[in-house]
Design a protein around this ligand. Structure first.
Ligand SMILES: [Zn+2]
Length: 126
């Protein structure tokens, strides 16, 4: 018996229960029209992906944590390896954060739901 991996489902747009059905309808975070459209139920196992109205307000805290973690890592890379170019840190951080917004939006929602849903056990055929 193996478990569907939570990290896998968060990173690869999968349902946290079965790890097979898609979470958002589009694969790309940069599809301008549909990047934020979710499946209400997992197309594979039928898991409810919107447990209650307003459930995803909690994902705001998730994305906040991702932004902070990203900025700290990005800053540490600059300080340690590109100290003479530190000005570029300030110049580049805003457009980079704007570009990351749809990506973090999606990852935060998947991570938030994955906190509450236990991955299903999978039968492994030897
Ligand atoms: Zn599923």
């Amino acid at each position: 018996m193996a478990h569907t991996n939570r990290l896998y489902s968060v990173l690869f747009n999968k349902c946290p229960r079965c790890g097979e059905g898609d979470f958002f309808i589009t694969k790309s975070a940069y599809s301008l029209k549909n990047f934020d459209k979710m499946n209400k139920h997992c197309p594979k196992c039928g898991e409810n992906l919107v447990p209650e109205p307003g459930f995803y307000q909690g994902a705001l805290y998730m994305s906040y944590a991702f932004y902070v973690a990203f900025m700290v890592i990005y800053f540490l890379i600059f300080v340690n390896f590109f100290e003479q170019y530190l000005d570029y840190f300030l110049i580049s951080i805003i457009p980079i954060l704007i570009l990351l917004t749809p990506l973090f939006y999606r990852i935060a929602r998947r991570a938030w739901l994955a906190l509450f849903i236990k991955p299903a056990e999978k039968k492994v055929i030897p």
